[in-house]
Design a protein around this ligand. Structure first.
Ligand code: ADP
Ligand code: MG
Length: 222
């Protein structure tokens, strides 16, 4: 479902990846770790095809970085759900509107939008807050809204870029539990973090970014 083969990537000012190899099967969960600046966000952008590799190939959800066209990008991105550290909600729209705009582009009926939205908000336990504004929510709740927005199109892969980085430990745990629940229903997840406490608690596959490469491993639960 995701394969990254021999990818090299540099920004104009500096190299990031020399020879990157990563695979993720349907429904698989993997952590992505590595110190700040090791390329975690860059890698997620390569998967999202916001950036394209200099050499090698990114293959995701049936699309290849070698021949993807600009008109394909919205279709690829509907198959991916992205979650960021800083939530990226519109402050001037309520929770419902923050999520509905990703569905309006797909051309489905108002009734279907409402159904999908209510399902996604129930999934993260925030149906009762659907008419609140983002500033009325805690950090953990804002991230739950961002998760609802990420899953509302039923993506096959969730890309999470340090989603617990701005949260207290209790909210961070809630977010992880919700993402694990979504993964258990069959959605693949790539979870970038530098929080080793989280990683140690869950004995999942890990890719560690280091020296422009990805080292694969599993950290055993204590
Ligand atoms: P991480 O998410 O692991 O902290 P990033 O992917 O953000 O790492 O960054 C990887 C490297 O690329 C860093 O050295 C960073 O300074 C550099 N970098 C990130 N974005 C850009 C950019 N738009 N232009 C130039 N260099 C960048
Ligand atoms: Mg980053």
């Amino acid at each position: 479902m995701l394969t990254i083969n021999n990818v090299a990537f540099s920004y104009p000012t500096q190299p990031v990846f020399a020879d990157l190899n990563i695979t993720l099967e349907n429904g698989e969960f993997s952590f992505l770790i590595g110190k700040s600046g090791s390329g975690k966000s860059t890698l997620l952008q390569l998967i999202y095809m916001n950036l394209l590799p200099d050499t090698g190939e990114v293959n995701v959800a049936g699309y290849s970085s070698k021949n993807i066209k600009p008109k394909d990008l919205p279709f690829l991105r509907r198959k991916l759900g992205v979650i960021f550290q800083d939530f990226k909600l519109f402050r001037d729209r309520n929770i419902y509107e923050n999520i509905s705009f990703v569905l309006e582009a797909t051309g489905i009926s108002k009734k279907e939008i409402k159904k999908k939205l209510n399902d996604a908000l129930s999934e993260v336990g925030l149906f009762h807050r659907r008419f609140s504004m983002p500033d009325e929510l805690s950090g953990g709740e804002k991230q739950r809204v961002a998760i609802a927005r990420a899953i509302v199109n039923e993506p096959i892969l969730i890309l999470a870029d340090e989603p617990t980085g701005n949260l207290d430990p209790e909210s961070a745990n809630e977010i992880l539990e919700i993402i694990m629940k979504i993964n258990n229903r069959g959605t693949a997840v790539l979870f970038a973090t530098h929080n080793y406490e989280i990683v140690k608690r869950f004995p999942m596959k890990i890719y560690k970014l280091e020296d422009g490469k990805a080292l694969k491993g599993v950290i055993k639960q204590k």
